[in-house]
Write a protein that binds this ligand. Structure first.
Ligand code: CA
Length: 237
């Protein structure tokens, strides 16, 4: 039997924690809970959950600082930020500091479950594994090499620190060089959402972040290119 996936809930409103925990456990997840930022960071580092639901406004340590601390320590656990509707800027800010996704309160349980499922490690990595046998490396131009054994990407032989979503977006695009994907395509195929709202800024922010890590000159990218009015593609041969 497949091992149960663990969701860490970091949220200071007990009623929200309770309903999240109830629904996640009903869906077959193990849950861990933390009611402030410090406890959340500690639980994330010590218990290695498969995904974290992270509130922004938390006692002791803000959600953003928790996420940033995790990334600074090289922890790439998928993080879904829980933002309040009036905190619109929080979405982009969360993505910029390395969160994988966000969901706006109040959210439907169905949407939340879809996000949790979509953010647990899968898709692009599996796509890569089927197209290139395990144990191999794949060169993708621009000095980039993918090591498919440990999901590491090297640039001029130096490892690049990528979040899971950045890795998945990069490997997805690099697996199909020259093919242009719209932001909606990417939301569906890399973010694995069965539905897409009008909000595809997530893709833009992730592309921007990725370019800062892999491009020699992020302002004039040579690897992940924009096809104006259409979408993004990985430079062909
Ligand atoms: Ca809160």
């Amino acid at each position: 039997m497949e091992q149960k996936k663990t969701v860490l809930i970091v949220e200071d409103e007990k009623s929200i924690v309770d309903i999240l925990r109830f629904n996640l456990e009903k869906e077959g997840y193990e849950t861990l809970t933390a009611y402030d930022g410090e406890a959340g960071l500690k639980a994330a580092l010590e218990q290695h959950p498969d995904v974290i639901l992270l509130d922004v406004m938390l006692p002791k340590m803000l959600g953003f600082d928790v996420c940033k601390a995790l990334r600074d320590k090289g922890d790439h656990v998928p993080v879904i930020i829980l933002t309040a509707r009036e905190e619109e800027d929080d979405k982009v800010k969360g993505l910029e500091i390395g969160a994988d996704d966000y969901i706006t309160k109040p959210f439907s349980m169905r949407e939340l479950m879809a996000r949790v499922k979509a953010n647990i490690r899968r898709t692009a990595m599996q796509v890569m594994e089927t197209e290139v046998s395990a144990g191999e490396t794949m060169s993708a131009g621009g000095g980039l090499v993918f090591n498919l054994d440990n999901y590491q990407v090297l640039k001029h032989e130096k490892p690049i620190d990528l979040t899971q979503r950045e890795y998945e977006l990069l490997t997805f695009l690099a697996s199909h060089p020259g093919k242009v994907y719209s932001r909606i395509d990417l939301m569906e195929q890399v973010w694995n959402y069965g539905y897409v709202g009008s909000d595809v800024r997530t893709v833009d922010v992730t592309v921007r972040r990725l370019r800062e890590k892999i491009e020699d000159d992020p302002a004039n990218p040579s690897l992940i290119l924009t096809r104006r009015g259409v979408g993004y593609y990985f430079a062909g041969e």
